[in-house]
Design a protein around this ligand. Structure first.
Ligand code: SAJ
Length: 417
């Protein structure tokens, strides 16, 4: 087995860059590769192109010590870690084009005794597919084969530098030896358990973790719709049911956001379309929740218009995909505000998001959207729509008393009575 002393990390995003930095912190010589000149320049200058606690310190230290550098081309290395995006295409089919491009980029550098690791969240079979792309470029390497492995990340944004070290890690290898080689590389920084398996099981494990959460959130979201029909307070209901020692229902919300839980279950559905019935239904239930929220606002707007004779002003509190962060990617709150601005042409929508300084590009320049402070938005509104349970909104429930309140997170339940 060749000793791994140099690693090329392909894709310097939310996962690749922290992984590169933590390897370098532990004495491994790392070369980062990215298609973006801006990212490469930033890393070479010891800077970080996005916000993640402590990452900037790790990167500048590694660059100062000469252990981390970056470029747009893949150099020779003992091991390669591919951490590129795996979005889905129309019809929820996984798009493996970034993995394929990374494999084509590294193939010319291979001698044959390297280890190639796929970290990107991927559908079952993607690691084998990556190896096939390499062999298509370098047929002479097919026998005896290059060691490949899948090592999915499971870190929570905002805690990445901690969880990279403390989380347990699943490592799937094309052969038991490939898995062991990957294990010894991750052992340089991982203090959690490292669990060895094959590539497909490792791919599926990551997808299943996020699908488990999606299915459980769908259960809570379906309950919230049922309870609304039956005139039952869903928050009280869940609180009561969760007193049972073996029941732990999650919280309903305006839908499921982020770039993982709303995406990964579709990879299972695509791989097993006729059998992944519950997983598909969960996705559909969670994806339908934003429109259900909009319908609630529509009904309230109709009432206000009947009473006052004018189109109501709607305060929309929160745009992030979950509380107390500034991440707006795949956010149901953002989608809801966007759709309301299109559907409620006569109404003013007063948007508050304390974690960003300005409206995201998608909402800018829209005549019926105003960006303002949350308490001002509540004061001016006829209808108050709470979309994200940021701590900053906790005290605003009292100010909303007497207005039409649609609290999608149950944050103000106690205050509203
Ligand atoms: N949500 C609810 N109700 C709940 C819990 C969450 O509506 O009771 C919503 C949130 O508001 C948000 C969405 O679900 O819109 C997802 O948030 P999250 O906190 O459940 O998860 P993420 O996307 O930040 O991170 C997940 C984590 N996976 C699991 O918990 C199984 C994380 O460990 C993974 O590393 C990450 O996905 C990933 O990268 O795959």
């Amino acid at each position: 087995m060749t000793e791994i002393s140099t690693v090329a990390v392909i894709g310097l995003g939310y996962i690749g860059l922290p992984t590169a930095a933590i390897l370098a912190e532990n004495g491994v010589r790392v070369h980062g590769v990215d298609v973006s000149d801006r990212t490469v320049e930033a890393v070479n200058a010891g800077r970080v192109p996005f916000v993640e606690p402590d990452l900037a310190d790790f990167v500048s230290r590694a660059v100062d010590k000469g252990l981390l550098s970056a470029s747009t081309q893949t150099p020779p290395a003992d091991a390669y870690i591919v951490a590129v995006p795996t979005p889905f295409k129309d019809g929820h089919q996984p798009d493996l084009s970034y993995i394929e491009a990374a494999a084509r980029g590294l193939a010319p550098q291979l001698r044959g005794d390297e280890l190639v690791i796929l970290e990107s969240t991927s559908p079952p079979g993607a690691t084998e597919h990556m190896a096939e792309v390499i062999y298509a470029e370098r047929p002479e390497l097919r026998e005896p084969g290059v060691d490949v492995a899948h090592c999915p990340e499971r870190v929570l944004p905002g805690r990445v530098m901690v969880e990279l070290v403390t989380n347990d890690r699943i490592v799937g290898g094309s052969t038991p030896e490939a898995a062991q080689r990957a294990e010894s590389l991750y052992r340089t920084f991982c203090k959690g358990e490292i669990l060895l398996t094959d590539c497909r099981t490792a791919e599926m494990a990551k997808l299943v973790e996020n699908s488990f959460r999606d299915v459980n959130i769908a259960f809570a979201n379906e309950l919230s719709v049922i309870c609304s029909e039956l005139g039952i307070d869903v928050w009280e209901l869940i609180e009561l049911a969760n007193h049972h020692p073996r029941v732990n229902i999650l919280q309903p919300g305006p839908g499921v956001g982020g770039h993982c839980i709303a995406v990964d279950p579709w990879f299972i559905v695509d791989a097993a379309p006729s059998t992944a019935r519950l997983i598909r239904s969960a996705r559909e239930i969670n994806d339908a929740k934003p429109q259900w929220v909009i319908d609630q606002v529509k009904a309230a707007a109709f009432d206000v218009q009947q009473q006052t004779g004018r189109a109501p002003r709607v305060a929309a509190l929160g745009l992030a995909f979950k509380p107390n962060i500034d991440d707006l990617r795949e956010s149901p709150a953002l989608n809801i505000v966007d759709s309301m601005a299109e559907q409620f042409t006569g109404s003013q929508i007063l948007v508050a998001e304390p974690h960003v300084d300005e409206l995201p590009p998608r909402l800018q320049g829209r005549e019926n959207i105003t960006f303002l402070d949350a308490s001002e938005a509540v004061e001016q509104a006829d209808i108050v729509l709470l979309l994200v349970d940021h701590d900053a909104f906790g005290q605003l429930g009292a100010a909303a008393a007497g207005k039409r309140v649609i609290d999608t997170r149950g944050q103000w339940r106690a205050q509203q009575g």
